[in-house]
Write a new protein. Structure first.
Length: 444
């Protein structure tokens, strides 16, 4: 299949092309050009897509979420963190059947795709059985989106798994799913938090992941209390401890990184690790402000630490809109650094695209790469007239402006409509299913 998108504004890695075209052939980007496409190209294309008044950018990477939490929205209001976890989230999670997970994840993926994400990293917290995990991958396979499933685990504390069970299930997932569906599905090692994981299992799971060329993805330094726990137990701060265990590398994702010391920032930069910033969750859970501007501007590398962007789970956000995540990331750094030049739009967009793609070894908007694209409808009252395209993307665009979403060259959303899916039927089914889950779990 060849698809030609023409007359769109293109947001490329190094510049904005006011009017240009992108040709997709066999799932890959075959050509990118300025102005009108040559006649021969138009003649060769099986399908034409008109990009007038639309802005094309690389597909966004939601680098951290928990999709099963789509059935857990709204419970955090008016509760303390511990009350919320104990009396809602943990009860709901442990009562989930594979059918509950499948539906919650499908709805979560639809929301994430409508929010501009072509790649989603799901830190999967309910691997209660093989089916509980497989249904997540099956849902992503069916919808056509790109998914990295980071299989969460803890070998200490409540509901701990044995190291051998963790390693066996990880190995099974790597063997059965890593690279499946034309490379759209990937597996990552997903230790939950440092204080619930033993050093030995952290080391062994990371070694296993590296044998498959897979990443390790872990909540790090989210709250001050958590940093203190690791410090007391190991004599090191969490990132220092992980560095000592040999876990840091370009394949390591430190999710949150709110409370980081100068030495930890230097370690992250030295090892080329990624910090996944989740501004909405950091604000809702009152965790603090991650030093994102410092990570990017002052790290040891040429451009400091690679910072990607995530929504975090619907229980602690409560949405999956990547445009909202971009806007919040920009606002939060500006108001805390008191630097009005902090977080220019180009950089914020890079966090949601190139930095995320780097972290998950995903495609970019380059000739030869898999075609993961988003086309935004700019013909809207809350966007026009446009002073600066990049600023409009960060400050004006909402998920509902996603007109077309393409993964591996296949349109999944077109004209703001999910293709091959009865969205209303799905929503109705999820509404009933979430209600019965809450009843079964004894959560009001
Ligand atoms: Zn999380």
């Amino acid at each position: 299949m060849t698809l030609l998108i023409r007359d769109a504004t293109l947001v490329l890695a190094d510049r904005v092309v006011p009017v240009g075209y992108v040709l997709i052939a066999d799932g890959r980007i075959a050509a990118i050009g300025e102005g009108a496409p040559p006649d021969a190209l138009i003649a060769s294309a099986k399908r034409l897509l008109d990009g007038t008044n639309k802005v094309l950018l690389p597909g966004l990477v939601n680098a951290h979420t928990h999709l099963e939490q789509t059935f857990m929205r709204g419970y955090s209001a008016n509760r303390t963190l511990l009350d919320w976890l104990k009396n809602c989230i943990w009860k709901l999670q442990s009562a989930m059947t594979p059918e509950d997970v499948a539906l919650a994840v499908t709805l979560g993926l639809v929301e994430a795709m409508r929010g501009g994400a072509t790649t989603i990293v799901d830190h999967h917290k309910v691997p209660l059985s093989r089916r509980h995990t497989d249904v997540v991958l099956e849902a992503a396979d069916r919808l056509g989106v790109r998914l990295v499933l980071a299989r969460a685990w803890a070998d200490r504390g409540a509901n701990a798994e044995s190291p051998s069970a963790i390693l066996d299930d990880l190995k099974r997932l790597f063997d059965e799913w890593h690279g499946a569906a034309d490379g759209r599905l990937r597996i990552a090692n997903g230790p939950l938090v440092p204080w619930r994981c033993s050093g030995e299992t952290l080391r062994r799971t990371t070694e296993l992941a590296r044998r498959y060329g897979a990443a390790t993805h872990c909540h790090m330094n989210e709250t001050q209390a958590e940093v203190a726990m690791t410090l007391e137990e190991t004599g090191m701060r969490p990132i220092e401890w992980f560095a000592a265990l040999g876990l840091l590398g370009a394949d390591f994702h430190a999710v949150h990184g709110v409370w980081l010391s100068d030495r930890e920032i230097a370690l992250l930069a030295q090892h080329g690790a990624t910090v996944v910033h989740c501004p909405a969750a950091n604000m809702i859970l009152a965790s603090g402000v991650a030093p994102i501007w410092r990570l990017i501007a002052e790290g040891n590398g040429a451009r400091g630490v690679n910072v990607a962007l995530g929504s975090d789970g619907p229980a602690s956000n409560d949405g999956q809109d990547m445009f909202e995540a971009m806007r919040l990331a920009a606002y939060l750094q500006r108001v805390t650094t008191l630097d009005e030049r902090a977080m220019p739009p180009r950089l914020v967009i890079e966090m949601a695209t190139a930095a995320g793609a780097r972290a998950v070894s995903g495609p970019a908007l380059r000739v030869g790469d898999a075609a993961d694209l988003v086309l935004l409808d700019f013909d809207a009252a809350h966007i026009q007239p446009v002073g600066d395209v990049l600023a409009s993307i960060v400050y004006n665009v909402r998920g509902s402006d996603v007109d077309t979403l393409i993964v591996n060259g296949r349109p999944l959303i077109e004209g703001k409509r999910m293709l091959d899916l009865d969205e209303h039927a799905l929503i109705a089914e999820c509404r009933d299913r979430a209600r019965s889950l809450a009843r079964r779990a004894g959560v009001e």
